[in-house]
Design a protein around this ligand. Sequence first.
Ligand SMILES: Nc1ncnc2c1ncn2[C@@H]1O[C@H](COP(=O)(O)OP(=O)(O)O)[C@@H](O)[C@H]1O
Ligand SMILES: [Mg+2]
Length: 243
Amino acid sequence: MSEPVVQFSRVSKQFGQLSVLRGIDLAIPKGQFLGLAGVNGAGKTTLVKCLLDFCDIDGGAIRIHGIDRRRPASRARLAFLPERFTPPYFLTGREFVRSMLRLARRPYEEDAVRAAFADLDLDPAALAKPVRAYSKGMTQKLGLAACFLSRREFYVLDEPMSGLDPKARARVKAILARLRGEGRTLLFTSHSLADIEEICDHMLLLHRGVFAFSGAPAELREHHGGTSLEEAFLNCIEVPYDG
Ligand SMILES: Nc1ncnc2c1ncn2[C@@H]1O[C@H](COP(=O)(O)OP(=O)(O)O)[C@@H](O)[C@H]1O
Ligand SMILES: [Mg+2]
């Protein structure tokens, strides 16, 4: 087996008295599409921030492609979209994409950029507009377009569907299916179990600092009953389901 793309070894993270991650072990193999689920405040974003060295950890170790997360080289092969994506307000869409592509060491090709915008149902005319004039949905699409244009091996997307209308969500799913076919790797956080079931082959359910479930989304239903994935989720975290 090749080295995992991501490896967490007994990772813990606290905010004051609050233990958000309690000795987490995790390995994401190359080519896996992993959905990280959990209620609001479960620690999904914290796990992503620990992965990308945006915060310290209190115990354990994290490696990306075998490189310690504290070394910038560990992030050279990934693209990241944060939960609250806010591009610098003074840039146009084109300037933003150009600067992101420069960071990714990729050429700016107008046709490819326009195609990526159209793929996400974002009017290429927006390239000339300042991002401060973008709606929330347009801003999210801009961030996704920049990520996908970077052509990285590993995508870390924190709640990427937030603010997107149904058409755009369908477009993102189609793009992700294409990336999956190309053997790329995904870490996708969402509180939408339906999205995780549709997009991911493996699911982790973060609850009270540990993974209450790890397996294929369909297995959650098999193991925890319920007619919907939501019911199975609630059964798994032992919250009574009241309809
Ligand atoms: N910088 C911080 N300082 C203190 N508490 C934090 C900080 N960031 C997150 N938390 C707390 O950690 C918990 C997990 O938050 P978060 O990772 O954002 O959850 P999720 O992404 O699953 O909704 C929450 O209780 C949140 O309030
Ligand atoms: Mg979050």
